[in-house]
Ligand binder design. Structure first.
Ligand code: FES
Ligand code: FES
Length: 161
């Protein structure tokens, strides 16, 4: 029996359409982690302060802890689990490895999704833009200098493509 506080929604998650029943107060982050066991999207602050929960919603980056799942009926969601193409890493994932742009890795899924979202936005032109537009993704290990190199390289590659 479905509860009155639940809503039926359809989400396309990492390429697969899913019919879901969610409690109206469930954040998109909790839906993914707790209901669907997609734990690659991390929970840091749960208050929009750290960016660990960043994913792509219809191609745009979003803090999934700050939004309710029911608000996104019909949307397309890409989490870190859906970024690679089968066994082939996404160029941004590869660049994080090549530049050693992480230590504990907790912020990394969010940093990767945010980098891809940043490229899609097409607003970052300078190093300062990158620092500014990535400032919502906190790295407690302080891997910022290498993360910035990754983002810079990813932007250059996207401009050449
Ligand atoms: S967990 Fe969402 S911004 Fe920190
Ligand atoms: S690599 Fe540890 S928080 Fe960023």
């Amino acid at each position: 029996m479905s509860s009155i506080s639940k809503e039926k929604i359809t989400l396309k998650i990492n390429g697969t359409e899913q019919q879901l029943e969610v409690e109206v107060w469930t954040s998109l982050l909790d839906l993914l982690r707790e209901q669907l066991h997609l734990t690659g999207t991390k929970k840091g602050c749960d208050h929009g302060q750290c960016g660990a929960c960043t994913l792509l919603l219809d191609g745009k980056r979003i803090n999934s802890c700050l939004t309710l799942a029911v608000m996104h009926d019909g949307s397309e969601i890409t989490t870190i689990e859906g970024i690679a193409n089968g066994d082939e890493l996404h160029p941004v994932q590869q660049a994080f490895i090549e530049h050693d742009a992480f230590q504990c890795g907790y912020c990394t899924p969010g940093q990767i999704c945010s980098t891809i979202g940043l490229i899609n936005e097409g607003k970052a032109k300078t190093l300062d833009d990158i620092r500014d537009l990535m400032s919502g993704n906190v790295c407690r290990c302080g891997a910022y200098s290498n993360i910035v190199k990754v983002v810079q390289e990813a932007l250059e590659r996207s401009e050449q493509a």
